[in-house]
Design a protein around this ligand. Structure first.
Ligand SMILES: Cc1ncc(COP(=O)(O)O)c(C=O)c1O
Ligand SMILES: N[C@@H](CCCC[NH3+])C(=O)O
Length: 430
């Protein structure tokens, strides 16, 4: 359990200083509660690492981890930018008050309409992913008679130690221009000749939920090397080196991730040393954390319903949510920890598998965890659900998506309403 986002000092679970039982009673369950102070603390800790190193930087939050108007407003107030990967995220980010100049647009198949909208809104940077997109951008800019800043997404040929579905740095990734085969260089040449596309830098992102620092350092060293070569060969002076996100967080006790500042400090050291060796003027360093800003800050509260014991085999505890609000266990075999909100000190008396209410046997939130005796009506909390939970939620089985509350200094505020039956029918054509 994250110390920052939930408090264990009290007997009953607190989120951002608000009692979890009170939240469950006021808003119903399932409910996702964020500790806003914990998000701000993570941002600050990234910031301090850069400030200590004395280099120019930008923190760009990866919206896909959790996006809501309240979240974008928080980022805007903190002076943090964001990356978007769809027209929908772009629309929400702008509505949430993020200045267009602070937005980056990612994706391996951005549509012409999405790109046209981004350009007309004066987006800060488009991270160009493939040759088709270069052509599209040229046409759109010509039609709008505007120029746009772009950076070049490179697949640096690095296999990150993570689940294969969320590794993105290897040469056979669907994202970005492969570095080792020379495709990235070919793309750069094209961009340098463009009338409308102003290439401001390069980008790489090797994957997500990564604990090992070595992959980040290898990627950083490779990027510095390529910048130095491209500077010599093409007089290309990158203003920005974007090293992506991917910093792993703690879901279960066995997870021992570095702190954000430790990740960033180690990467910065590599970047500085490599740049010095190669006599390269260090560009501004951008990072794109998603999970590490919001993951541990989020806790999902559920109410226990049925329980089932198969003698000698297993104990099931069923809750009122499941794979609709958290697809990660089913999709990646992701592990989480559950707590009995009314008494964190109560002794475990059983090993239970916490399942959801969806019509799928794979709808398992936590497998085989020690748990106190629970009964119908108890509130169970699953921690570290702040990233890729709500943002990947569905209304499968016509269960509505849960509401989201922001909690800070003992106060709670509803930021996303529960999806109602009527909401779920709102797109139907009768
Ligand atoms: C391009 C890009 N940047 C940033 C992120 C954020 O990653 P994370 O949430 O692991 O920090 C992702 C997601 O993996 C991504 O694809
Ligand atoms: N959705 C993934 C991470 C996002 C990957 C985006 N490139 C997860 O829950 O871990």
């Amino acid at each position: 359990m994250s110390k920052e986002s939930t408090s264990k000092t009290e007997e009953q679970l607190q989120v951002g200083g608000v009692n979890a039982l009170k939240l469950a009673a006021n808003y119903g369950t399932p409910l996702i509660a964020y500790d806003v102070g914990a998000i701000k603390q993570q941002i600050q800790s990234f910031r301090e690492a850069f400030i200590r190193a004395g280099i120019k930087y930008r923190i760009v939050y990866a919206s896909k981890a959790f996006s809501s108007l309240a979240m974008y407003r928080l980022l805007a107030n903190e002076g943090v930018g964001c990356d978007v990967v769809s027209g929908g995220e772009l629309y929400a980010a702008l509505r949430g008050g993020i200045s267009p100049a602070m937005i980056e647009f990612h994706g391996n198949n951005k549509t012409p309409a999405e790109l046209a909208e981004a350009i007309s809104q004066g987006i800060g940077c488009i991270v160009v992913d493939n040759f088709y997109e270069i052509e599209l951008l040229e046409k759109i800019c010509e039609a709008q008679q505007r120029t746009v800043k772009v950076s070049l997404r490179v697949a640096p040929g690095i296999e990150a130690e993570t689940h294969q579905y969320i590794a993105t740095g290897q040469s056979n990734s669907k994202f970005g221009f492969d570095l080792d085969s020379g495709q990235a260089e070919q793309a750069l040449k094209q961009l340098l000749h463009s009338k409308y596309l102003q290439v401001i830098g390069v980008h790489c992102h090797i994957g997500s939920q990564i604990f090992a620092i070595a992959g980040f350092q290898m990627a950083a060293a490779k990027m510095i090397d390529v910048l130095q070569r491209w500077q010599e060969k093409y007089a290309f002076e990158a203003q920005i080196l974007n090293l992506g996100g991917g910093f792993g967080i703690k879901y279960i006790t066995a997870d021992q991730p570095l702190k954000p500042a430790e990740f960033v400090s180690a990467i910065i050291t590599t970047v500085q040393q490599e740049a010095q060796k190669k006599h390269l003027q260090l560009p501004e360093i951008w990072i794109e954390p998603g999970r590490s800003l919001v993951g541990e800050a989020g806790t999902t509260l559920y109410t226990v319903g049925s329980t089932k014991t198969v003698p000698g085999i297993c104990n099931f505890v069923a809750v009122d949510g499941g794979m609709g609000d958290n697809i990660r266990p089913a999709l990646y075999g992701a592990q989480y920890s559950a707590y009995l909100a009314k008494n964190l000190q109560e002794k475990a008396t059983q090993v239970a598998t916490i399942v959801g209410k969806y019509c799928e046997s794979g709808d398992v939130l936590v497998k085989q965890q020690k748990l106190p005796a629970v009964q119908a009506g108890d509130v169970l909390a699953i921690t570290s659900t702040g990233a890729y939970g709500y943002s990947m939620a569905s209304n499968y089985n016509r269960n509505g998506r849960p509401p989201v509350v922001f909690c800070e200094s003992g106060h709670d505020k509803l930021v996303l309403k529960r999806e109602t039956y009527a909401d779920m029918l709102s797109l139907e054509v009768d």
